[in-house]
Design a binder for this molecule. Structure first.
Ligand SMILES: N[C@@H](CCC(=O)N[C@@H](CS)C(=O)NCC(=O)O)C(=O)O
Length: 242
């Protein structure tokens, strides 16, 4: 079976967490809206409009697996993790992986709100002052709280060899890699300081980056560059001072 990933074509966004899992699993997939010739973005809109499916997704990303459509990033990853050996098999472990992923989802939402604190429908330029206040708090309190939490999780996982769960890579590891990469892009000055206090998180990022399939993916044109339309945006005014 070939999966179909539906996501916006020009950003990493939340779709990237799914792409990383598909790439690590070497699962056959098409990134539907990025197909050059067919340009099937209207199909994504039709599926979102819901007329043709019984269980319509609310928002991208969503994954078509045969007849099934799975939406919500953490839910898609739970599905892929279980089918491709990227999740623990026992129930407690599976719930733990999901718990970590949902915490990452919260951090992703807060990252979005750091540049769009008032409304997603407004331009960043229309909410600059609020974004500045929100980002200052995000960098001072929220990012350290999240990274500190993942640092503790890594420390507590005695069998971990540097991974979040057990002795092997699972999908939240891939997502935490993306968090570090994204925060580095968006807030380079703040991250320079924060990384010193979160060595295990940074080591996990580095380790994931050198996994052969991830390394090949990152060097390929399937990996979209970070940009100022995605979740992780580099607006120098929002970063910490040098
Ligand atoms: N909780 C959902 C959020 C999905 C979401 O916000 N998708 C964005 C793109 S990253 C979108 O297009 N949202 C449209 C909307 O919320 O109206 C997830 O984690 O997948």
């Amino acid at each position: 079976m070939r999966y179909e990933l539906y996501y916006w074509p020009s950003i990493q966004g939340r779709g990237e967490f799914v792409r990383l899992a598909l790439e690590e699993a070497q699962a056959p997939y098409v990134d539907v809206t990025r197909l050059p010739a067919r340009g099937r973005r209207p199909d994504m809109m039709a599926l979102l409009a819901g007329g043709r499916v019984d269980r319509p997704p609310f928002a991208p990303p969503f994954l078509r697996a045969g007849k099934q459509i799975v939406a919500q990033t953490a839910n898609i990853l739970l599905y892929l993790g279980r089918h491709h050996g990227l999740a623990p098999k026992d129930e407690a472990g599976m719930l733990w992986a999901n718990e970590l992923q949902l915490t990452i989802a919260d951090l992703v939402s807060e990252t979005h709100d750091s540049h769009h604190p008032i409304a997603s429908s407004l331009y960043y330029e229309d909410q600059r002052a609020a974004a500045k206040r929100r980002s200052a708090d995000f960098l001072k309190r929220r990012v350290p709280k999240y990274l500190g939490y993942f640092e503790r999780v890594l420390q507590r996982n005695k069998s971990g060899d540097g991974y979040l769960i057990g002795a092997r890579l699972t999908y939240p590891d891939l997502s935490l890699f993306q968090i570090v990469a994204g925060l580095r892009y968006a807030f380079p000055h703040a991250m320079k300081r924060l990384e010193k206090k979160h060595r295990r998180v940074v080591a996990l990022h580095d380790r994931v980056a050198t996994r052969p399939r991830i390394k090949a993916y990152l060097a390929s044109d399937r990996r979209i560059d970070f940009n100022e339309d995605g979740i992780f945006r580099h607006y120098p005014a929002l970063d910490a001072k040098r």
